[in-house]
Design a protein around this ligand. Structure first.
Ligand code: C2E
Ligand code: MG
Ligand code: MG
Length: 281
């Protein structure tokens, strides 16, 4: 381990222990009707000395040094409690939570997650676990664990699909419910003919297998319209919303309902009259 990693790990361990981390929530929107489909929990670490450190930097470090389980338990606990708070305010949504492949080695992991859902009063059906494809190299071996999640009612998404250790066999053999198309394929839409073909192919494959197809990294109106035309079911990205603090989600959604028709270029606003909160979930 480099001296830099060593210092980072030490600071991260302290931040985790002292509960100095936080969770940001990024909405995912149904491309059918603009409704909030689910909310992805993304861990944040803003260190007084180091500034904001990306999870892409500290999550792999936590995985290598035995800190991923405490991180997951803290993050999931925080996210499930937040779900309760949103529900009390009238918003019921699905949660998406990123899971490290390292945690999946633990045989008791599905029971642990289900136990947390039950004790915090969140139906397991409201939780979708996101697994990165890079991390799913050995997932064939983890079929049993993933099947247990499904039996308990949780959804399973394959994250960043199409890059890294891509394998169509994983889609065939593992019980996923959602495919998240990597932002690399969305970035050059709508101009890039090859990206249009790839996205269309993934959507067709996903839908044919009964899975939801989600487009990641949607940053422009043109990309949004393109992924919608290509048949994606759900979109996520900075155009729709950056990852938000928990308290910003409901105000964001009220505004977003008004923006939606314009974003997709809908001619009639009449369908979108009522934006009361109880019609939001
Ligand atoms: P991910 O699960 O694929 O999450 C999406 C990442 O893309 C997030 O980065 C998000 O902020 C970013 N993003 C969202 N919309 C856009 C967009 O329109 N354009 C661009 N350029 N980026 C966008 P973030 O938060 O830095 O997370 C990076 C990765 O770290 C995540 O990728 C996920 O694999 C991992 N991660 C985050 N939180 C957790 C966690 O609590 N546990 C575990 N195990 N991994 C986590
Ligand atoms: Mg994810
Ligand atoms: Mg992703």
């Amino acid at each position: 381990m480099t001296a830099e990693d060593c210092g980072l790990l030490e600071s991260f361990e302290r931040a985790l222990r002292q509960q100095k981390l936080s969770i940001a929530y990024q909405p995912k929107v149904s491309l059918k009707d603009g409704k909030l489909s689910r909310v992805e929990a993304l861990v944040r670490w803003d260190d007084p000395e180091l500034g904001a450190v990306s999870p892409s930097r500290f999550v792999p470090l936590a995985e290598r040094h035995g800190l991923i389980d405490p991180l997951t338990e803290w993050g999931l606990g925080t996210t499930l409690r937040q779900w309760r708070s949103w529900r009390e305010q009238g918003l019921t949504t699905h949660l998406a939570f990123n899971i490290s492949a390292v945690s999946l080695q633990r045989l008791d992991f599905p029971d642990l997650i289900e136990g947390m859902c039950r004790s915090l009063g969140v139906p397991p059906e409201c939780l979708v676990l996101e697994l990165t494809e890079g991390a799913t190299q050995q997932l064939i071996k983890l079929m049993d664990t993933l099947t247990r999640f499904r039996i308990k009612g949780m959804g399973l998404a394959i994250d960043d699909f199409g890059t890294g250790y891509s394998s169509l066999m994983q889609l065939r053999q593992l019980p996923f419910t959602e495919v998240k198309i990597d932002q690399a394929f969305v970035a050059d839409l709508p101009a890039a003919h090859d990206c249009r073909l790839i996205v269309r192919m993934i959507v067709e494959l996903a839908n044919g297998l009964g899975l939801i197809a989600t487009a990641e990294g949607v940053e422009t109106v043109e990309q949004l319209r393109s992924v919608r035309e290509l048949g994606c079911d759900v979109a996520q990205g900075y155009l729709l919303s950056r990852p938000l603090e928990a308290g910003q989600l409901i105000p964001w959604y009220r505004q977003f309902k008004r923006r939606w028709p314009e974003l997709i270029g809908a001619e009639s606003l009449a369908l979108w009259g009522n934006v009361e909160l109880d019609s939001l979930s």
